[in-house]
Design a protein around this ligand. Structure first.
Ligand SMILES: Cc1cc2nc3c(=O)[nH]c(=O)nc-3n(C[C@H](O)[C@H](O)[C@H](O)COP(=O)(O)OP(=O)(O)OC[C@H]3O[C@@H](n4cnc5c(N)ncnc54)[C@H](O)[C@@H]3O)c2cc1C
Length: 396
């Protein structure tokens, strides 16, 4: 794997990135090389959640990257965060993705919690000493998340939560659940968000799902039965929960897109190296023009995807009115490109790409789900098309 990183080290930074971002990139790469790369294949094969490695990522500030410094975070920009996630994902896309989801949930909690709640959880979460899950999806409410049925009913000085969440990343291994639940009528405006300690009475975790990838992090359903939370655990006002969930996802989608860039870079570098080593028909594979062209197309796609992710991150950092649609475009484009590049890299390895001795099959498996979660890529198209047809504003 060291050779992979050597190749990456020589890659020029895209335009518009400064020395500071170069330093973040170096720190993330050094961490990934030392703490993730040596173990990622085993964590995947044995479905081990690397709690200690994530805590060490927290010590470097990677668990609260764009959380305010006052709340215990690193106070970096969304652009900086994408650079860090890309580097982590180049060597372990599954663990990087969990860290990215934790960042999203931590940002939501610290951004929208009342001061006492923020003080209680902020530093622990941003330092990686405690971990967070994001609980929106339900068995009957996936893409149509605003139809969720979990209820939070006001009872004295608190709420009682009942319902079931599905596919929750990290569930059973995290300390706090950011839960979207219905406090009002139907639709998005009837939803509120809550920070729920993960060990409260009435919370039950389902079996660990067996998955194609993302094996270094557990995915479980979560059932809430008569779970009492104080009113002070609500994030924002009643009825603001869906908006808060979507604000979280703007950044979350960038993070997921950045993880796809990382996996794709890892796969591209592996393929580039392999073409230089493997010989068939008396020649190196790197001498066949069809394969050279394939590699060129992979690199072109990757660079285009990275530029789009960085542009969307700048839009979010600037608070642009159209940031959501840029984040959706970047997520759609980068996760599709990431999967396609990993798939091409596997093909360039021939049969060796399919076996676990080489990293590309794991990169491919860990890339696939990014086209599905945090809004499927079809839903990303819904968001972009709605913007184009309903606002008639240009996207530039
Ligand atoms: C490994 C993993 C981890 C996850 N982690 C989390 C998590 O931490 N927290 C969380 O809340 N959720 C999580 N999810 C859930 C994920 O966000 C949902 O799976 C996703 O939003 C899709 O919902 P669904 O699976 O119900 O599919 P459905 O909504 O049933 O969609 C099925 C198909 O129909 C398409 N479709 C649906 N509606 C439309 C439409 N209007 N137009 C066009 N096509 C449409 C979809 O794109 C998809 O192809 C995770 C999922 C997985 C697999």
């Amino acid at each position: 794997m060291a050779a992979v990183m050597d190749l990456q080290a020589s890659a020029p930074l895209p335009p518009g990135l400064g020395e500071e971002q170069l330093a973040f990139r170096r720190a993330a790469r050094d961490f990934a090389l030392a703490e993730l790369a040596p173990h990622a294949a085993r964590w995947d094969a044995e479905a081990i959640f690397p709690r200690e490695a994530i805590a060490r990522a927290g010590e470097l500030g990677f668990c609260g990257l764009y959380v305010d410094e006052a709340a215990g975070g690193s106070g970096l920009s969304r652009l900086d965060a994408t650079i860090v996630f890309e580097e982590l994902a180049a060597l372990d896309p599954s663990t990087a993705a969990f860290i990215s989801i934790h960042n999203m949930a931590t940002w939501m909690l610290t951004r929208y919690a009342a001061p006492a709640l923020r003080a209680a959880w902020g530093r622990g979460l941003a330092s990686g000493a405690q971990l967070a899950s994001y609980c929106l999806t339900e068995p009957g409410a996936g893409s149509d998340a605003a139809s969720l049925k979990t209820r939070a009913v006001r009872d004295g000085d608190g709420y009682v939560i009942d319902g079931t969440k599905a596919f929750i990343s990290g569930a059973g291994a995290t300390d706090v659940l950011v839960v979207m639940a219905r406090t009002g009528g139907e639709g998005a405006r009837g939803i509120s968000a809550f920070a729920v300690p993960a060990d409260l009475p009435g919370i039950a975790y389902g079996r660990k799902e067996e998955k194609l990838g993302w094996n270094s992090q557990p995915t479980r359903g979560v059932a809430f039965e008569g779970v009492r939370v104080p009113a002070g655990h609500r994030l924002g006002e009643e009825g603001e929960g869906f908006r808060i969930a979507m604000k979280g996802l703007d950044g979350g989608r960038l993070n997921i897109a950045a993880c796809s860039l990382g996996a794709a870079q890892g796969a591209l570098d592996a393929a580039r190296r392999y073409l230089g080593e493997r010989r068939q028909f008396g020649r190196k594979l790197a001498e066949f023009q069809a394969l050279r062209f394939k590699l060129a197309d992979m690199a072109t796609q990757l660079v285009a995807a990275r530029q789009m992710v960085h542009t969307a991150a700048r839009k979010l950092d600037a608070g642009s009115a159209d940031a959501t649609v840029w984040c959706a475009m970047a997520k759609r484009f980068a996760t599709d490109a990431g999967f396609s590049i990993c798939n091409d890299a596997l093909q360039l390895h021939g049969g060796y790409g399919y076996i676990r001795e080489y990293p590309v099959e794991r990169l491919l498996r860990d890339c696939r789900v990014r086209q599905i979660l945090e809004g499927t890529n079809e839903i990303m198209r819904v968001i972009v098309a709605r913007h184009l047809l309903d606002t008639e504003e240009e996207l530039r």
